[in-house]
Design a protein around this ligand. Sequence first.
Ligand SMILES: [Zn+2]
Length: 247
Amino acid sequence: MANIYLTDQTRDVLDTLVDLVNYTAEGVLEVVLRDTIFRPAGGGQPADTGVVMFGGAEAPIAGAVKRDGKAWLKLQTSAALLRGSKVQIQIDGARRRQLSRAHTLTHIMMAAFRQQASGFASKGAAIAEDGRSVEIRFMADTGYTPDLPAAEAWIQDAINDDLPVDIIHAKDMSAALRAFPELRVDPDLGLTGKVRIVSIFGRDANPCSGTHARSTAELAGLRLGPHRQVDDFTMISAHLAEAPSGT
Ligand SMILES: [Zn+2]
């Protein structure tokens, strides 16, 4: 099974085959598709929304679960679907683009606060379902107070520079660290084996399997704040203006 979204995140329609079919105890139809463009929730990024079309039926995708190393899509339908059937999967491309912008924003925010917080350690991010709001979480040395205007200026500078966002594959973490000495890694993730690095040219690099903007210029219309402190964690929110249509 190929996760097409890892290599072509702009694709929002795909013809494919049903490899496996399962009915849960509650009677919910689950399928594994030969290839998929539906990205499940993960790494703070909400799941895509979409439908699977087959034999005149349109089944909304209610979610995805990983089982036996396979991504099972839960379909809302009473229609029967057989192994080997031809189907077409469609995802909401506009929503995907918005989530990709928001996801990229969390990367550049992490980089901005890493600049100013000694002892910085990233501790995850959350993206709202509509892709308009994000919140990053990190730890820093005691006594650190976020300077939001300085961070926003640093991010705005990166946006103005229209920096490319690139995906680079490394055979393991030590190879990734040789290529990107400033690699930002959450040690809690315990990554081993091949890694997919998302690089924002000259400003940030970190391992990630999400979808992203093609360049920082897509993050125009950013507003940073507010921030909150919970125990040892600093949380910073940000909001994005709606993407211009046609991007
Ligand atoms: Zn990412």
